[in-house]
Every structure is written in C-alpha cells, then in structure tokens.
Design a binder for this molecule. Structure first.
Ligand code: ZN
Length: 141
C-alpha cells in the first residue's frame, strides 16, 4: 500500500471539499443581496436545499479525512476501528477515509436497519416475561 499516495488523495479530496464549501457560502451571500422573482426563489430554495445536503455529507467526509490523516501520522492507518483487522487495499483506494473493514461496515448497516425496524415495531418489547425466567434458563423445545 502506497501510504504517500493515499495521503495525497486525502489532501486533494479535502481541498476539493473546502473549495466547494467556499463556493456554497459565496452563493448564499449572492442570494441574500440579489432581488428575485417568485419562480427564481423556488428554484434557488431547491438548489440551496440540495447544496445544504451535499455540504452536510461533505462536512462529514471532511471529518473522516482528518481522522484518516491523523491515523497516517500515528501509523494506525488502514486498520478497522471496530475489529482491528486490516482494511482491504482496494477498499482504501476506493474510499481512502474509510474507517471500518468491509465486514464491520456491513454489520453496521445491518444494525442500523435492525434498530430502525425495532423502533417501528416497539410493541414487540412489551411482550411479557420470557419462559426462560420461569424455569432453569433452558430454552424449551
Ligand atoms: Zn472490522
């Protein structure tokens, strides 16, 4: 793994994001000073919404890039935060700021979707006392 190249990629991506954040901010300023008719307001609201969402994701990426750069300094780069296993080289090349190995990121996805589901089906938690409580703790057949 070429850590110098990865560091360059991270710094490049960081610069790109910072640039686009700066562009977003200057567009906001232009919108406030400009006079628009109703149709323009609608489109600019929509695009601002899109920009806002985009910059949210970009800010998050920026955060992860900084973590990755710190890890390169510490010599802990490329190791899964969850299980400590080395993250695949191809995975790191695709997303240099990735924090989890492929297994753990899949587990995280599953846990996310599971917790969303259990929120929706909260009534399942109301089901009273399991049978385990009543006898020796063995699951009956
Ligand atoms: Zn892992």
């Amino acid at each position: 793994m070429d850590i110098e190249k990865i560091r360059e990629d991270l710094l490049k991506k960081k610069a790109e994001i910072l640039e686009s954040l700066a562009n977003n901010n200057s567009e906001d300023l232009n919108e406030k000073s400009g006079v628009e008719d109703a149709a323009d307001v609608v489109t600019s609201e929509m695009s601002r919404e899109t920009l806002y969402k985009l910059s949210q994701a970009e800010r998050e990426t920026l955060f992860y890039i900084d973590i990755a750069l710190k890890k390169i300094e510490n010599g802990t780069y490329g190791v899964c935060e969850e299980c400590g296993a080395p993250i695949g080289e191809k995975r790191l090349e695709a997303i240099p700021w990735v924090r989890l190995c492929i297994d753990c990121s899949q587990n995280e996805e599953i846990q996310k979707s599971f917790s969303n589901k259990s929120d929706d089906m909260g009534f399942y938690h109301i089901i009273p006392g399991t049978i385990e409580d009543e006898d020796t703790g063995k699951i009956p057949e």
